[in-house]
Design a protein around this ligand. Sequence first.
Ligand code: NAP
Length: 213
Amino acid sequence: MTTIGIIGAGHIGSALARAFSGLGYDVVISNSRGPESLQDLVAELGPKVSAASAYDAAAAGDIAVVTVPLRALRDVPVEPLAGKIVLDTNNYYFERDGHIDALDRGETTTSELVQQHLPASKVVKAFNHILAGDINTTGLPAGAPDRRALGTASDYPEAIEFVTGVYDALGFDTVNAGPLSESWRLERDRPAYVARQTADQLRENLAKANRLP
Ligand SMILES: NC(=O)c1ccc[n+]([C@@H]2O[C@H](COP(=O)([O-])OP(=O)(O)OC[C@H]3O[C@@H](n4cnc5c(N)ncnc54)[C@H](OP(=O)(O)O)[C@@H]3O)[C@@H](O)[C@H]2O)c1
């Protein structure tokens, strides 16, 4: 069975632990304070979910999720994620993360920063423009007229393929925004951000996004 290693156990990390374990994956989740602090969450989520250090969660995962505040990116373990698909949920909030000039000037994207930090990983933007509370509650069967769509972006087709399968299993259509250099279209303050939208609406919202919000 495939194991998902999750770095970050806050709103998104815990929602994704619930989602992935519900799909039958084994999940190893972590935070900055250590596995002892996650015992209540692990007990609630059941036997497919365990807690570990961030390093051990990264090492245990066949596939990983990085879902920490962007300011903590530099602490995400690099070597145990080499060669792996890494889902990046991160958004940039200068109020929380401090100013990052290259993002402020529209010269890079949050996901490209994650890819730079994890040069041997296959980074894919995922779950960044849906509220944590919506991940396990707003999915619909394939073909439903109002089925919500979520965006993704990656330089690695196999990473897009994995995220597309997960989105579908959770009840969402997928719109591929392209390579990581285009992932700014899914970032904060763009039309697609956190909006509940169908695939057609998401495509329109991606197309009309401005490089600087
Ligand atoms: N909240 C949402 O609805 C939402 C939606 C889409 C995307 N996002 C984005 O996804 C990311 C996570 O958001 P969130 O709302 O889940 O954040 P959050 O609730 O604040 O949780 C952040 C998690 O990251 C952990 N963490 C911090 N530094 C770490 C480190 N060095 N090593 C390992 N774990 C570390 C924290 O652990 P401790 O508590 O032990 O410090 C905590 O478990 C952010 O970039 C956010 O902008 C959020």
